[in-house]
Structure formats: C-alpha cells, structure tokens
Design a protein around this ligand. Structure first.
Ligand code: SF4
Length: 577
C-alpha cells in the first residue's frame, strides 16, 4: 500500500511525491505522522516565520471512509508559542486530500510574491495571488471557487489580512465556516506569502474487504445518527455550555475577574438557536451538522433595506467575544465573530487579548494614547471592532504588541497576572478548577481539546477525585487522543469510536492493531510531541500560570497554587520525567 507524501517547495517552485509507508506503518497517520514530519523537516531553534520553517498537513487511514472521520491536522512551529504548533480543521479538506491521493503534504520555503497552490491529483501548480492579497478570508473562497475546478471534491483553504500581516494568532479558514484556528498557522502562511491552497482529486478509495467495511460502517453510522451519542451537537450545539457553565460558576467573565455572567442567558445557545439560527451545516462525511450558522440582519437604509450576514458560532467564540468581554447582546457577539472571520484571526485569542487590554486600560497600565483613543471598555462592541482593525493593521506599538499575543503584550507593558495564556496560548472558556488549569499547562498544544481538563473537573466535583486521580485521567486522555488524532476523527464523535470500534474500523481497511499496541502508540506520540516542545524551549515545570486563576472562584471553588504544584509532582513521576 502506498502512503504518499506530497512535498512542495515554494523557493524552487517544485513538487514531488514520496512513498512514506515507513512513517504510516509506525505512526498510523494524522498527528502521529505529522509530528514525525515536523521533527524531520523543521530545523531546531528556527524562527517560526522564516522560510525554513515547514507547514505539514496530514490525514489518517479512516478519513473519508467512516462517519465523522473528517479532520485534517496541521503541524508547524507556532509563531505564537515558539514551540509545537498543532491545529485541526474539518470541512472538506480531508476528503479532498484522500481523493487527490496525498495523505500528507509538506510545504517548504517561501515565495517571493503572493501565491496560491493549486493541487489536482498529482498536478501541482504555484499560481500568482497578487490580485487576491489583502482580500478578506471570507471573500477569497468565492473568488477561487470560480477559477479552480473540482467542485464537490475540492477544498479551499486561505488566510485573511491577519495572516498576511503576521498577526501571531492568525488562522486559516477552511471551506465554509471551518478553521485551523489556533497557534498561528495563518501567520506561517503569511510569512511564506501563501494566500491559499486549493486541492481536489479524482481518485477512488479502495478497501480490501468491502463486505466487512460496509458492516462496520453501518454499525458506526447507526450509533452516530440513531442514538443520543451526538444529538447535543446538532440541536443547540456547543453553545449549550454557556448557561451550564454559568450556573456552575465556570464561565470566564470580563477577563476571568468573575466566573458567572449576568448577561449569559441573553447570549446563550438556547437564545441563539431560537432567534438567530439560520441553518446547520456539516463537514464532508459527517451526518451530524453541528456547525450552527446564525443570521445577522442589519438595516442600511430607512426604507427597510437589510443586509443579511451568515455567521457561524459556537461556545468558545461566545465565551471569548461575549462573556469574557462583558458583551451581552447576541448581535454584538455575532458582529465580533464576523470581524475575526473576515480578518482571519483566531477568535479565542482575539477575545482574550482584548479582555487583557480592557483591564490594562482600566488599571492605567496602558494609556488612552496607547489605544489611539479607542475606548476599550466592557460590552462596547463598536470600540472592540475598531481595536480588531487596529491590531490587524498594527497601527502603533501598542497594537503591534497585541498582535503578538497576550503573553508578549504583558511582557512589554506589565499585567502578566491577568494575561490569560498558558503555554503562551490564550486560554479557552472554562474556569472549572485545577484539572482545567493543569491540563492546559501540560497539554501538547495548551488547548482544552488535548485532555479535556474541564470535564475532569466536573467529574471531580461530583466524585471528589484526588489530585492523583485527576492527573491519571489527564494522562489517559492525552495519550488516547494521540491515537484518535492520528485517525483525525472529529472529537465530538470520540464517544462513538471506542478502542474496540477503532480496532474493527482499522481492520476493515487492512490495518491490524491490538489494544495494547494502540495504548503504547498513544504514549509514544505524546513523548514525540514533547521531544519537539522541549527541543524548542518549552519546560512545563517552569510554565507561567497567571495569578488570576487563583483569585476567581471556579466550579471547584477557589483553586490554590499548591494543588497545581502537587499535580505537577505526580505528573512528573507518572510520565517518568
Ligand atoms: S460533528 Fe460537527 S465538527 Fe464534527 S465532523 Fe460533524 S459537522 Fe464537523
């Protein structure tokens, strides 16, 4: 079986394909393979925005073959954190890579003028993108779909002005409403003058035993659509957590100064679903449709003339640009989400950066002159929109600092105690307790999706878990997600894909693995990621934890630094560090 990796060199304008069966045999696919390619391709200590820093995409053996196996992983050296950059996106990209016959794509070098890459099966062309440079991410997709063929089997990924301007938390927009949001992949594209990639393919996907494959497929499909395993993602979607976390005192509010928000009900998933939901869409090969699209109607003349904008929303975006900025109107939250989408910048990071800036201005750490007269104040959507524009344009020294991320900005101006980043990555919307804080600190990409510490906190609150038990749960999640992310499945479906089901699904496409082998693989993948992280300077034991986490009540009550220190000691022992 061929395991094809497509190498594209932007310096030379060349590409070639190599069979890397060796890598896929040992590391399965997805994040396992993408981590190895990163270790191979990325010189130690390289500046993340230099031409030598590679970008890698990878899919896994079940993508485009089973329901909700829809994601693609990107690895790169993060411009934001300076160490492991790892980001996931759905949409049609995994399907398009599968049909084009490339399980991984490695991008080397940088172009000397704006370009986009067009991939159709083995035909790779590097095309002039000067006419689309500067165009919002939301518009570029419409332009490229008219000039590139492959409709139905095609994926278009692109950056907005944020990536072009090297905002360190710029993302890459994937097809419609999906993103490689976190850790600055958009800036990595921008540094290579790479505006977009369009990929499509005409290959068929063959399985060795179609009868067995169909049987396994049917069982999984049934669980996805006929049980309640994924129902909540379709119905109200992840924003259902706004009201839930608010009641549990776990919803970060006004830069984590509080953990419940008086305006939560107004921006809740229930209100958005009742009053703003326009439709739901799905990634290719997913029957769930969890992507909630809200409709924002704004009048542009007195004669009842309206503009309708369609904006996708989910829990993290509502936290970051809603409760964390004290914004209590759904229209305001949708406006801010759309501004991030247009500029192609990560909404979580943007919300955290703006929240820090608001508090810094309140405390006199920065001046109104620094903010160029923008009145950064809670719940002021129009002023926040101006600030987003200033960040992307890097209008002055202060906004340039904000474009570097919250930790870098606080290093320059002060206010580190309330600069809410862990591992230099702006934190997601959970103030649930020690497992969340600790899980984000040690997780490979400092994301809630590494080990779901927030959910371990909620279990701990019910079952009174000890620090040992919380640490063990974090390790188990981190390692098992290494395997799942090597298949690159949607994490919302992780309950459907038990280890047993994964083994059956792999067997049906000709890959035999035992439970023990997968367990060992998960641990090995984690270790390899830490090999890269440590090589690039990350030391979890010296990680900065903002004091604000210890000042605001969480779902588990007040968290004290000693608990986190105890967890670190246990963790170090368990990991054999
Ligand atoms: S559940 Fe949602 S995010 Fe996951 S694959 Fe389906 S549509 Fe995409």
């Amino acid at each position: 079986m061929l395991r094809r990796v497509l190498y594209i060199d932007l310096n030379k304008g060349e590409s070639f394909v190599e069979d890397r069966y060796d890598l896929f045999e040992e590391w399965l696919g997805g994040t396992g393979v993408a981590t190895q390619l990163l270790l191979e391709e990325c010189p130690a200590g390289i500046e993340p925005l230099s031409p030598e820093a590679p970008i890698i995409f990878s899919i896994g053996p079940l993508n485009a073959l089973f329901p909700a196996m829809t994601k693609t992983v990107a690895t790169f050296k993060s411009p934001l954190s300076g160490e492991l950059g790892e980001s996931y996106a759905g949409g049609r990209l995994a399907m398009a890579m599968r049909f084009a016959g490339h399980e991984s794509i490695v991008i080397r070098g940088a172009a000397d003028r704006p370009v986009y890459i067009s991939i159709r099966d083995d035909d790779v062309q590097i095309k002039d993108a000067r006419s689309i440079w500067g165009i919002p991410a939301t518009v570029v997709g419409y332009i490229l779909r008219d000039v590139e063929t492959g409709v139905g089997r095609r994926s278009i990924i692109r950056i907005g002005p944020g990536g072009e301007m090297l905002v360190k938390y710029a993302g890459v927009v994937v097809d419609t409403y999906r993103h490689f949001g976190r850790l600055g992949l958009g800036a990595a594209f921008g540094s290579k003058k790479l505006k977009a990639i369009v990929i499509s393919g005409t290959e068929d996907v063959e399985v060795p035993d179609p009868r067995r494959y169909r049987e396994i497929y049917k069982g999984l499909y049934k669980t996805v659509v006929q049980t309640d395993a994924m129902e909540k993602y379709h119905d109200i979607g992840t924003p259902i957590n706004i009201n839930v976390l608010n009641q549990l005192k776990g919803l970060p509010t006004r830069n984590f100064q509080e953990s419940s928000f008086e305006g939560a009900e107004k921006i809740s998933g229930e209100v958005l679903a009742d009053d703003y939901l326009f439709r739901r869409v799905s990634c290719a090969h997913c029957p769930i449709g969890c992507i909630h699209i809200g409709m924002l109607k704004t009048s542009f003349s007195r004669e009842h003339e309206y503009e309708i904008r369609k904006i996708s929303y989910d829990f993290e975006l509502i936290y970051a640009l809603g409760s964390n900025l004290g914004v209590s109107s759904p229209e305001g939250v949708l406006e801010l989400i759309e501004a991030c989408e247009r500029q192609g910048i990560d909404a979580i990071s943007t919300g955290v950066v703006l929240a820090w800036a608001t508090e810094a201005l309140e405390r006199g750490i920065i001046t109104p002159e620094d903010a160029l007269g923008v009145k950064l104040q809670w719940n002021d959507v129009n002023e926040y929109l101006k600030a987003i524009d200033n960040i992307v344009k890097k209008q002055n020294e202060f906004y340039s600092a904000l474009a570097e991320g919250v930790e870098a900005a606080s290093e320059k101006y002060g206010g580190g105690d309330f600069a809410m980043a862990l591992g230099k990555n702006e934190v997601p919307g959970y103030h649930t307790g020690p497992a969340s804080i600790f899980g984000l600190t040690v997780g490979v990409r400092h994301s809630h999706l590494d080990n779901a510490g927030y959910s371990i906190d909620q279990k701990a609150a019910k079952k009174n878990l000890s620090p040992e038990e919380m640490v063990d749960a974090i390790i188990k999640e981190d390692d098992s997600r290494g395997v799942y992310n090597s298949l690159v499945g949607c994490l919302f479906a992780r309950g459907v894909y038990s280890t047993e089901k994964i083994i059956e699904a792999l067997a049906s496409v000709g890959i035999e693995r035992t439970e023990e082998e997968l367990e060992v693989l998960g641990r090995k993948i984690f270790d390899e990621k830490y090999r890269f992280k440590r090589r690039e300077g990350f030391d979890p034991e010296r990680a900065r934890i903002p004091h604000r986490f210890y000042e605001t009540i969480s779902t588990m009550g007040m968290v004290d630094p000693e608990t986190i220190e105890t967890m670190m000691k246990i963790y170090r022992r368990r990991r054999g560090w």
